[in-house]
Design a protein around this ligand. Sequence first.
Ligand SMILES: [Zn+2]
Length: 245
Amino acid sequence: MALKESEAIVLRTYPLREADLLVTLFTRLEGKVHAVARSAKKSKRRFGGALEPLTYVRAYYEDRERQELARLDSCDVLESPLADEVSYSRAIALEHVAELLDELLPDREANDAVFRLTLSVLAQMQHEAFWMPITYFELWMTRLMGYLPELSECIVCGRELNGDRAFFHALADGLMCLDDKRLASSEISAESRAIAAQMFRAPVESFTGASWPRSSASDLRKFLLQTLQRHIEKKLVTAGMLEKM
Ligand SMILES: [Zn+2]
């Protein structure tokens, strides 16, 4: 079968047999693709450092007849997140992006909006200040997956929430007003809702420069992760790790 060429982001690798690796790629051409990289652990020439998670590569691969797994021929590095030193916390943040993509994207379905979002967010994660790009990524992924209703109104009564208090619950999409909030709801601040509204209007680059401690929009991230985890029906491993950081 013909060799395909596509820009791709490496999501995960797993050891497979002695020298092979099973690689999950998010390709621009056809979305998430699982492929076997034969002798990847030995072949520096074909893969070098290209199979580290979240490396942006040009991948060459081919489908095999009656086989679910493609064969990864080679990868050229276009941009590596390992160019800078990777601390433990930054590694977790990068792993979070990879896990969200791996869990949320279906196999073999191109999604250029998500591809472009990922590249722009990764470019902002070069350094330690990653809470802003993480927040931006979670927000846009929730919207692009179709899990996010309008945040400016109560999902129960439809009332405008602008200026009023707003609440969310682990078992509901969207926000609720004070009258309609469920038991054991959490509150999301007006400030965090304003940040979300700004993030829907502006590219991620426009938020750099401002100081973004972990506490910034933490209620928004909690709401987004609850929403995402409910839809995929599992806990995200990296959500727990980020929480403990
Ligand atoms: Zn209401």
